[in-house]
Design a protein around this ligand. Structure first.
Ligand SMILES: Cc1cc2nc3c(=O)[nH]c(=O)nc-3n(C[C@H](O)[C@H](O)[C@H](O)COP(=O)(O)OP(=O)(O)OC[C@H]3O[C@@H](n4cnc5c(N)ncnc54)[C@H](O)[C@@H]3O)c2cc1C
Length: 365
């Protein structure tokens, strides 16, 4: 533990680390069982790099919560269909899968408002570590701008994203991470009103890229395999290549981030003892597309509901595991097909596949 100034001690039923979609959903549902505290290391609302594509399953979860995403969050075009684009073979496939088109920061801010009457939120406050108390609860150490705070809780939810510290505290290995670079580009002409996912061998180390129109701009995101050297130089070259095909002008904002890459289905962990994992921290994210908001919400809801249902740690863990089994199965299946999907043979097979099969495969990308 680092040297400290003051120590503030608080007691809550549930402490949630991370105010992303997983943490918000966990808080929303766990509040039924007792006081909830959510902490996030960033000042909120945070500025997370994201494509801002909202899957219909997220909308379904909002409906179940009794809320609707406000229209003011939607950009122009407000809905975009997912299109797969293999540029090297000039193969393009338009799917029927549509996404809500938002900017992530106002979306996150609205999501935090959903727990205003359900949880206390401390921002700029980092989880440092935890230990079990003599009476079987958890003693969690936090760092709030250099001030140490101690929180005693019955349940701890690790919803702290791809570089989760709670995960490491459980003795689990950190994930491999893709490197992501996003540019917000001015447009020099029209950009197709689709969520245009592309692949091309012209950009080395590229897992997948996307172009999404956002009001008068176009968001260009590229996801590079772990270990990619000098990703910003790669990105500059990629933008030059893209500009030859699309109406993309100057980049007015660039951001870099990371996204988890599963090594195997064993990376998916629902938790242990009084600690429940949700969202990317638990490995809940689509390994084939990197779409993660609906997966984070789904697994966060499961953690919150398990806590609300109550019982012994074994019982709560079993409830959360059951609540996330469908996600685990979907991820395991995607991990099995991923090597084929990204191989030359797989790309050729995809071009020959019948349309109904592609529609099925892309229903939850
Ligand atoms: C470039 C990019 C584009 C993406 N585009 C999309 C998209 O268009 N659609 C989609 O569905 N998904 C997208 N994703 C994935 C999606 O953003 C994530 O999967 C989703 O945000 C995961 O939610 P989460 O709640 O698990 O974690 P996060 O949203 O990552 O939230 C975790 C929170 O934990 C906090 N935290 C971390 N460590 C600590 C600590 N020690 N103490 C306290 N707080 C801590 C962080 O500050 C953060 O706010 C994208 C990801 C990237 C990188």
């Amino acid at each position: 533990m680092t040297s400290t100034q003051t120590s503030v001690q608080t007691s809550v039923h549930t402490l949630i680390v991370g105010a992303g979609p997983a943490g918000i959903l966990a808080a929303f549902y766990a509040a039924a069982a007792g006081p909830v505290l959510v902490v996030d290391r960033f000042t909120l609302p945070r500025d997370k790099s994201c494509g801002g594509m909202i899957h219909p399953l997220s909308q379904q979860i909002f409906a179940e919560m009794g809320v609707q995403m406000p229209g003011r969050l939607l950009l122009e075009p407000d809905t975009v269909y997912f299109r797969y684009n293999d540029w090297d073979h000039q193969y393009r496939y338009d799917t029927k899968l549509s996404f809500g088109n938002v900017d992530r920061k106002p979306f996150d801010e609205w999501m935090i408002s959903l727990i205003a009457d359900k949880a206390e939120v401390w921002d700029a406050c980092s989880y440092v570590g935890h230990e079990e108390t003599a009476d079987g609860r958890l003693r969690v150490t936090l760092d709030a701008r250099g001030e140490q705070r101690v929180v005693i809780c019955d349940w701890l939810v690790g919803a702290d994203g791809s570089r989760s510290r709670v995960r490491r505290a459980l003795g689990l290995a950190p994930f491999d991470c893709y490197l992501t670079v996003q540019d917000f580009c001015l447009r020099t002409g029209p950009v197709d009103a689709v969520f245009d996912c592309f692949w091309t061998g012209e950009v080395p180390d590229l897992a997948i890229g996307y172009v999404i129109p956002k009001n008068e701009r176009a968001l260009v995101g590229l996801i590079y395999y772990p270990g990619t050297k000098r990703p910003t130089e790669q990105q500059d070259r990629a933008l030059d290549i893209l500009r030859q095909r699309l109406n993309l002008g100057e980049s007015i904002k660039r951001e870099g981030w990371s996204a988890l890459k599963h090594r195997s289905a064993k990376d998916i962990v629902a938790g242990a003892g009084r600690v429940l994992m949700a969202g990317e921290a638990g490995g809940f994210l689509s390994p084939t597309s990197g779409e993660g908001i609906s997966w984070a919400m789904d697994s966060g809801r499961s953690a919150g509901r398990a806590i609300a249902a109550g019982g012994s740690p074994e019982c709560v863990q079993a409830t959360h595991k059951r609540g996330t089994d469908h996600l685990r199965r979907m991820i395991a299946w995607r991990l099995r097909i991923y090597p084929l999907m990204t191989s030359r043979r797989g790309k050729s097979l995809f071009r020959l596949a019948p349309k109904p099969l592609i529609e099925r495969l892309t229903r939850r990308i």
